[in-house]
Design a protein around this ligand. Structure first.
Ligand SMILES: O=C(O)CCC(=O)C(=O)O
Ligand SMILES: [Fe+2]
Length: 263
């Protein structure tokens, strides 16, 4: 006996087993719209003509910007992306059904979508092995991670699948440094190949991160957290870091209900 629908159960089981799932974007139009905004904003910022092939333009941005100016560009593009009201809904639409299956149908979404740009051989924009729950995120959050170019090997991110994560985490006290930890987990890491048009959902309870991109092109990706509105919040609070995006009528009625006063 299970209350799960068969296709939903498969997705849920894979997520629980590995701590992540990859799937086709549920709305290619919304994905394209965000990708095009990133490309056009970048072109405007660099005072270059807007590209026709936006994907290729992003992938080859290392030819157009120096490493020293990269973070300023990243901040400017991120600012623009977060100032466009349609982007949040478009972002959600790229994995709406999966988020409802994996997280819930009453949802809070992170207020800011983060952008990461990793040009080949840049050592300055790395996120060494970590789990966001170690630094104030609640273990109930799921990250929707979206690449705007094809990513694989060192151009993607690495994830330690759940079972292996549990094994290594049990020996956490033995590691002297992040590098030590990285060396210990290295052979157990997954490096999901994700083509443009696909998205990744993962739990930040498992260790993950990235290394220097030694592939020929630049990685462009965004990440944003979603959680069930009624799951416990940790340091990242509702209203400060998250905002409700879907509240169902029964909840609205429940919140508004006032018992009749008696006597
Ligand atoms: O994009 C990456 O390589 C890492 C992203 C990450 O650590 C996160 O979204 O929590
Ligand atoms: Fe992270």
């Amino acid at each position: 006996m299970t209350f799960w629908r068969e296709d939903e159960r498969k997705l849920a089981e894979a997520f629980v087993r590995d701590g992540y799932v990859k799937q086709a974007a549920e709305s290619q139009d919304d994905l394209d719209r965000i990708r095009d905004l990133l490309a056009d904003t970048t072109a405007d910022y660099l005072e270059l003509p807007r590209a026709t092939d936006k994907g290729a333009f992003l992938d080859h941005i290392q030819d157009k910007v120096e490493i020293e100016k990269l973070n300023k560009l990243r901040m400017a593009v991120m600012e623009k992306m977060n100032s466009e009201p349609w982007v949040r809904l478009a972002y959600f639409n790229t994995a709406r059904r999966a988020l409802e299956i994996l997280v819930g149908n009453e949802l809070a979404m992170q207020l800011r979508i983060n952008l990461s740009i990793q040009i080949p051989n840049d050592k300055s924009s790395l996120l060494p092995v970590h789990a966001d729950v170690w630094a104030g995120d609640s273990p109930y959050e799921v990250v929707l991670w979206v690449p705007y170019v094809n990513v694989r090997r060192s151009k993607t991110m690495f994830i330690l699948p759940r079972e292996k994560n549990a094994r290594h985490q049990a020996k956490m006290g033995e590691f002297k440094s992040a590098q030590d930890l990285h060396n210990a987990i290295e052979s157990d890491l997954d490096w999901p190949t994700i083509n443009y048009g696909e998205v990744l959902l993962f739990t930040q309870n498992v260790m993950h991160g990235n290394i220097v991109n030694t592939e020929p092109g630049t990685r462009w990706s965004t990440n944003c957290r979603f959680k069930c509105l009624f799951s416990p919040f940790h340091d990242k609070k509702l209203g400060e870091f998250f905002e409700p995006i879907l509240i169902r009528p029964a909840t609205t009625l429940g919140i508004q209900y006032k018992f009749p006063s008696v006597g």
